[in-house]
Design a protein around this ligand. Structure first.
Ligand SMILES: [Zn+2]
Length: 90
């Protein structure tokens, strides 16, 4: 029997801040993107074991990225962000 195993990112969920945020890297004010990515070990291309979750917060203009802790990410999502729709960026 042959096992095909791998590891990699699974589903990504995105949010966008409601208010513009200043980026000290590119000096623009724009809504920032919050991105939550779950990583899995997969077997036969089916994600089976979650390994880690990464929480990123970044400027969509220059890509300046901060890593967030789960608590900080969830606080921003709850109070300062809304779901991100690629066809309707604000
Ligand atoms: Zn920037």
């Amino acid at each position: 029997m042959i096992f095909i195993a791998g590891a990699g990112p699974g589903k990504t969920v995105k949010y966008v801040t409601i208010k513009p945020r200043h980026c000290f890297h590119c000096n623009n004010d724009s809504p920032w993107i919050l991105e939550k990515t779950k990583y899995f070990v997969s077997l036969f291309f089916i994600p089976v074991i979650p390994t880690k979750t990464q929480y990123l917060f970044y400027c969509p203009i220059c890509g300046n990225t901060q890593k967030l802790e789960k608590e900080e990410f969830e606080r921003i999502v709850r109070f300062e962000a809304e779901p991100y729709h690629a066809d309707n960026p604000r």
